[in-house]
Design a protein around this ligand. Structure first.
Ligand code: FAD
Ligand code: NAD
Length: 463
């Protein structure tokens, strides 16, 4: 097969890789992208998108169930809903399929050459790809590694049989009666909540003393309350120890042994960078822990090789990968760019949702700032009342000396859509007065954002 020679080769067409290739193509860079599985990567095929589809279906089902139980104060009653999970999954697969062809179409439109197969480095400028029609050699001036991440497997709970990862959980054809989730982080709680709403009896086993340990206790409290209301049993400080048939053996926080019978055991104890299988040993790139070490231009320790996305470290989020991909494409095209983002917002799609952007009060204090914190609860917000979603709050952290906003957090129903306003405020260097003086449309939950700023300034209007 004839060698391909190009200016830019991107390995992996997840959010990091495909954005990098599209932007490079737009800028006229002769670009090739190699993908071993499906364009869109983890996020589009087995991550962000399918999980949010399942979460939405579960929310709708639970709402109807709630009304059928004549518990709705809205005066609406319905017959008990029925669920055909296979159909739900087929609907989800349809969305994934549409997005998948959309990404391929965008790559073609940007004149990016797509090669299907697994890439392996021969040396720092040359990659071999096993394609369906034989070995394809690609030589490139610059190579971007965007091979992403994969689920961590516990040695005593290998995936297979009843033990599943998020990938299998997003393609189940029937709702497991008893679901045990090992790991109460992002995936465990997003999917655990969805399955509880779909009818599973869910138990969450979390090793640390708090679910979602990356967030502060104040933010997590409304989520923990809702898990309890949904009948989910949450065991914190508990460790999975082993498996006997379909029974998970755990050690509780008190040191007692307990056996948890399950139809499925969903293991979500984190993800690890995909550093194997593509020839890292040939290159000997520097690492930062288990990740590839990069600088503020996503350059690795070898000239001409960049790395972006999950392979480069936390936070392992799709929008970080995309922002890195866009930046690297511009650098390859000759533009002066470096990583200058003030924050990477994060959203946890639990019920209620959690949003964070910038520093929490404790993080800001730990960095030596004297801070002013304003918190506005949704139970004082008219729109939240009309939507039966009064749980939660918006919280702003600002420097006490200048009112410069350092961080914004929220927990509440639908707050994911506030994440862009939060990130924009921080990115533009907003002060509390800027947010307080911006007219926020009434009645919306976003008014909680303005009120939190007013609260921090000492003159909130609705509390
Ligand atoms: P990936 O998306 O992992 O893509 C890497 C690609 O490289 C893959 O397609 C892979 O097949 C390919 N590849 C690997 N090795 C080779 C090789 N040798 N040759 C050719 N191709 C190769 N993030 C969010 O921001 N929001 C969310 O709501 C969210 N939800 C998630 C839900 C779940 C269940 C999971 C698992 C993850 C979720 N994430 C979410 C995380 C998000 O999916 C990742 O951060 C994101 O996909 C990382 O993008 P990436 O481009 O670095 O890698
Ligand atoms: P996570 O890091 O969010 O959570 C893992 C949890 O497992 C932690 O709470 C940890 O304390 C716990 N744990 C670790 N070992 C354990 C053990 N032996 N027994 C019990 N608990 C144990 O990881 P995840 O949920 O697997 O998600 C992986 C990554 O995917 C996330 O870090 C995030 O970057 C990304 N993601 C993002 C979103 C989103 O943005 N909404 C959604 C899903 C996934």
């Amino acid at each position: 097969m004839k060698e391909i020679v190009c200016k830019l080769l991107v390995i992996g067409a997840g959010p990091g890789g495909y954005i990098c290739a599209i932007r490079a193509g737009q800028l006229g860079v002769d670009t090739v992208i190699v993908e071993a599985v499906k364009a869109g990567g983890t996020c589009l095929n087995i991550g962000c998108i399918p999980s949010k589809a399942l979460i939405h279906a579960a929310e709708e089902f639970e709402k109807l169930n709630h009304m059928a139980g004549a518990k709705s104060p809205l005066g609406i009653s319905v017959e008990a809903p029925k669920l055909d999970l296979a159909k739900t999954i087929a609907w989800k697969d349809g969305i994934v399929g549409r997005l998948n062809s959309g990404v391929l179409g965008l790559l073609r439109k940007a004149r990016v050459k797509i090669v299907h197969g697994r890439a392996k480095f021969r040396d720092g400028k040359t990659v071999e790809v096993e394609t369906e029609t034989g070995m394809q050699v690609i030589r490139a001036e610059t190579i971007v590694i965007a091979t992403g991440s994969e689920p961590v497997e516990l040695p005593f709970l290998p995936f297979g049989g009843p033990v599943i990862s998020s990938t299998e959980a997003l393609s189940l054809k029937t709702v497991p009666q008893k679901l045990v989730v090992v790991g109460g982080g992002y995936i465990g709680l997003e999917l655990g909540t969805a399955f509880a709403k779909l009818g599973s009896k869910v138990t969450v086993v979390e090793a640390t003393s708090q679910i979602l340990p990356q967030y502060d206790a104040e933010l997590v409290k409304p989520v923990a309350k809702r898990l309890t209301d949904l009948g989910i049993r949450v065991l914190t400080g508990a460790k999975a120890k082993g498996l006997s048939g379909n029974t998970l053996l755990i050690e509780t926080a008190e040191g007692a042994e307990e056996q948890l019978a399950a139809d499925k055991i969903l293991v979500t104890v984190g993800r690890k960078p995909r550093t194997e299988g593509w020839g890292l040993d040939e290159l000997d790139l520097d690492r930062a822990g288990k990740f590839l070490r990069i600088d503020d231009r996503c350059r690795t320790s070898m000239r001409g090789i960049h790395a972006i996305g999950d392979i480069t470290g936390e936070p392992m989020l799709a929008h970080r990968a995309m922002a890195q991909g866009e930046m690297v494409a511009e650098i390859v095209a000759g533009k002066k760019r470096s990583w200058d983002k003030r924050c990477i917002p994060a959203v946890c799609f639990t019920d209620p949702e959690i949003v964070t952007a910038g520093l929490s009060p404790d993080e800001a204090r730990a960095q030596g700032y004297e801070v002013r914190v304003g918190l506005f609860p949704f139970n004082a917000n008219g729109r939240a009342m009309t939507m039966l979603s009064e749980e939660g709050f918006v919280r702003i952290v600002a420097r006490a000396d200048s009112n410069l906003v350092l961080g914004i957090q929220a927990v509440g129903s639908g707050v994911s859509e506030l994440s862009s306003a939060f990130a924009l405020a921080i990115e533009m260097g907003a002060r509390l007065q800027d947010i307080a003086a911006t007219i926020h449309a009434h009645p919306t939950r976003s008014e909680g954002f303005q009120e939190a700023a007013l609260k921090a300034l000492g003159h909130a209007l609705h509390i």
